[in-house]
Design a protein around this ligand. Structure first.
Ligand code: MOS
Length: 744
């Protein structure tokens, strides 16, 4: 802990407080403008034409009828965007380089006549109004030479097997240890394709002026998006800007640019007018990513005392025919439990789907469904309470990296979660807990997520009007970033939140990371705090000028306390000091680096405890109660942090009970591509959710001790539900979602 830390700690009321969202009023009054809320002067509207077949090639596109419809300005398809450039694969990772160009789908819009999935963009209509563009899009006649459809993982494995992907792990000899073990579990788990369904649809508003491109995009990363567009259009990044001040979430689908963003900007360049393109909900099931289908073979073994002696986690996931995407299901399995013999491997197999991408807790969400279900089965095989089993196999260090944990309070999470939930009231026998017509099941699981810190830049200005302005090219995707940035500045300066103006979501601001991977908090707050301290140093130098209340003072003898500059004798509001010197602002821009500590393993931990109720008479399954105890380092805002876990639990209840994107085997089209048939939890599905935030600072990661909280709550929950369902019904559901027919 440095001196800086104690300064950042100065206002404890700000850090950790249950502060309300500073942007809340803008959102509830409709004043917050999202991407598609921008209607520019002379703007035209675009609508896509999407492939009705899942494989093969486009033989002809007939636009004659469509072009005659009212309001049509132009129609683009194969060959029309010839002056675009691909984003090359590089070693730059967004955790180490903020302005790396990244795409999920490397193919450029309309660059060839191949069809890799149903719902692929094959043409784009631009018209005077949205309705005219849509009508014309439906009038474009596309002919295909359709190939055979590979609609799911089973078909893909049968057709062409699997490809080994990287990111595996091996220690000891898991096969040998398994063969020699007394107690074993050998089971295969599966998770279906899940589709991100953020409330705000993907949208682009693109305009070109004097060779410069400006874009409003619903993106989780304005800086990466700008770098990507600059690459694609062959211009320098200073000729592109991307704004996303408000985002109705993304869950990973808005991390990197999809074809629509490129197509909209290309069309705007061609027609010489601003163009708005909104992706219809239906096409968000085909063109903006999804969590791929997984098949996970788990083999676990213990000694007679229930100590793990062998763990194997071998997963396959579907990917597209155009891009390789690996769902790293076994990532957490490498280190969550103490075990000398571990094998983790990942493979992929190609299907006629669009390219998959990260979806909230990629790898860990499906991976911990398999691992934490298998651990439950293993505990029962060893005749141990599942909680006791996990405690017995607690990993004192990260054995996969042979490193100590930076901070790990998993055992306390187990105990506090269990106490709050009343785990001790669990009767071990299946189906033994009843109330009226319902049978009650208790299940639990660990949750886990990595803790990264990326580089970040931020600018802070203490202004003569007594306000502080902060700018950073990070985004608030609904998680509370505006609020916690303001809290960090308040903590350093003692200035109340009302006088702190935070501006985010603009690629022209000092570079921030993508809002993904649970990276933003741990990465951005240190840069904001550093810029604030540097701005205060500027203020002190300015304060020592002639005619200042602090004339002739040595700058380093001055202090900013409660927003006032003081030399111990007098205190003057910083704005007054600046005014006395006729200086508009004391400003500084700061850069902080990625986490380079390779002597510790940085992860977040937690445990979910779940109660389910199964009413066999009417085949009703409900998740009735959830207690989640979460160890994510220091909590910056206890309200928004708890919101993140609650939201993650809701999303994971969807994963456990409802969500699956179903593909028609004949056409390869998702059949439930809408909010009516792709079922997500609604209010009536919500249990009581009780979030316990452990709040142990992890100062190895940053001066605030915060690790980030967006994803961890999504992990493990589906397994806890499945384990509770087994406890209630005796049915072990190994394929998500846990639909009613699986229990009847
Ligand atoms: Mo998250 S899947 O990195 O948005």
């Amino acid at each position: 802990m440095s001196d800086n830390t104690s300064q950042a700690n100065a206002d404890r009321s700000a850090i950790g407080a249950a502060t309300r969202r500073v942007d809340g009023r803008l959102k509830v009054t409709g004043a917050a403008k999202y991407a598609a809320d921008h209607h520019l002067e002379g703007m035209a509207y675009a609508y896509g034409v999407f492939s009705t077949v899942a494989s093969g090639r486009i033989s002809k596109i007939d636009t004659d009828a469509a072009r005659k419809l009212p309001g049509v300005i132009d129609i683009f398809h194969r060959g029309h965007f010839s002056n675009l450039y691909r984003v090359p694969k590089t070693k730059d990772s967004p955790t180490s380089k903020l302005d790396a160009a990244v795409v999920d789908e490397h193919r450029l819009p309309f660059e060839d006549d191949k069809v890799s999935h149903a719902g692929q963009f094959v043409a784009l209509v631009v018209a005077e109004t949205f309705e005219q563009a849509r009508a014309a899009a439906y009038a474009v006649k596309v002919s295909y030479e359709a190939g055979t459809v590979i609609a799911n993982l089973d078909q893909a494995v049968k057709a062409h097997g699997v490809k080994k992907a990287g990111s595996g792990h091996e220690r000891g000899n898991a096969a040998e240890a398994f063969d020699q073990a007394a107690l074993k579990v050998d089971a295969t788990y599966g998770t279906p394709v899940e589709t991100h369904n953020p409330m705000e649809m993907h949208a682009t508003v693109a305009s070109w002026k004097d060779g410069k491109l400006h874009v409003y995009e619903s993106t989780q990363g304005v800086v990466v998006h700008r770098a990507t567009l600059a690459r694609v259009f062959g211009v320098t990044p200073d000729r592109v800007n991307v704004e996303a001040p408000f985002i109705g979430s993304g869950f990973g689908s808005k991390l990197w640019a999809w074809p629509h963003a490129i197509a909209a900007s290309a069309a705007a360049r061609e027609v010489g007018r601003p163009v708005q393109l909104v992706i219809p909900r239906m096409q968000m099931f085909t063109t903006t990513g999804h969590r791929p289908e997984t098949r996970q073979h788990m083999r676990l073994a213990t000694d007679a005392g229930g100590k793990l002696s062998s763990v194997r986690h071998e997963s396959i996931n579907t990917t597209s025919f155009i891009d390789q995407y690996t769902e790293t299901c076994g990532g957490v399995t490498q280190g969550l439990y103490v075990c000398p013999n571990v094998l983790v491997s990942h493979s992929t197999t190609e299907v006629n789907h669009g390219t998959p991408t990260s979806m909230r807790a990629p790898g860990a969400a499906p991976g911990l469904f398999a691992l934490e279900s298998a651990i439950d089965e293993m505990a029962l095989a060893a005749n141990l309470d599942p909680l006791e089993f996990r405690k017995r196999n607690f990993a004192e260090m990260d054995e996969s990296q042979k490193l100590p944990w930076s901070s790990n309070h998993l055992l306390e999470a187990y105990d506090r979660g269990a106490a709050k939930f009343g785990w001790d009231k669990r009767l071990p026998e299946v189906g033994s807990m009843r109330e009226g017509s319902e049978v009650i099941g208790y299940g639990m699981a660990a949750c886990n997520w990595e803790a990264f810190r990326t580089p970040a830049d931020a600018r802070v200005g203490l202004r003569a009007d007594g306000t502080i302005e902060v700018t950073c090219g990070v985004q608030d995707i609904g998680t509370g970033t505006y609020t916690i940035v303001a809290q960090a500045v308040s903590a350093v300066t003692g200035v109340p939140l009302e006088r702190i103006k935070v501006r985010l979501g603009d690629a022209s601001f000092p570079a921030g990371p993508v809002s993904g991977g649970s990276w933003a908090t741990a990465s951005v707050l240190p840069a904001v705090a550093k810029a604030t301290r540097d701005a205060i140093d500027q203020l002190k130098v300015i304060a020592a000028g002639a005619d200042s209340p602090f004339a002739k003072a040595k700058p380093d003898t001055l202090k900013l306390e409660g927003g006032k500059l003081t030399d111990g004798k007098q205190s003057v509001d910083f704005g007054e000091v600046l005014k006395s010197q006729k200086v508009a602002a004391a400003e500084a821009e700061a850069h902080t680096d990625a986490n380079t500590n390779d002597k510790l393993s940085f992860r977040s931990f937690g445990a979910h405890f779940v109660e389910v109720r199964w009413d066999a008479g009417i085949s009703r399954l409900r998740v009735s109660r959830v207690v989640s105890a979460i160890d994510v380092g220091r909590i910056i805002n206890s309200k928004t942090a708890a919101n993140q876990v609650e939201g993650a639990v809701v999303m994971a209840i969807g994963m456990a009970l409802f969500e699956a994107t179903e593909y028609d085997e004949r056409t390869g089209l998702p059949v439930n591509n809408n909010y009516a048939e792709y079922v997500v939890p609604v209010h009536a599905d919500q249990p009581e959710i009780d979030v316990i935030l452990l709040d142990y600072p992890d100062y190895g990661l940053n001066e605030f001790g915060a690790r980030g909280i967006g994803e961890i709550g999504t992990t493990g929950l589906a397994a806890a539900v499945a384990n509770a369902v087994y406890h209630a019904t005796g049915k072990r559901v190994r394929q998500l979602p846990i639909t009613l027919e699986k229990l009847m």
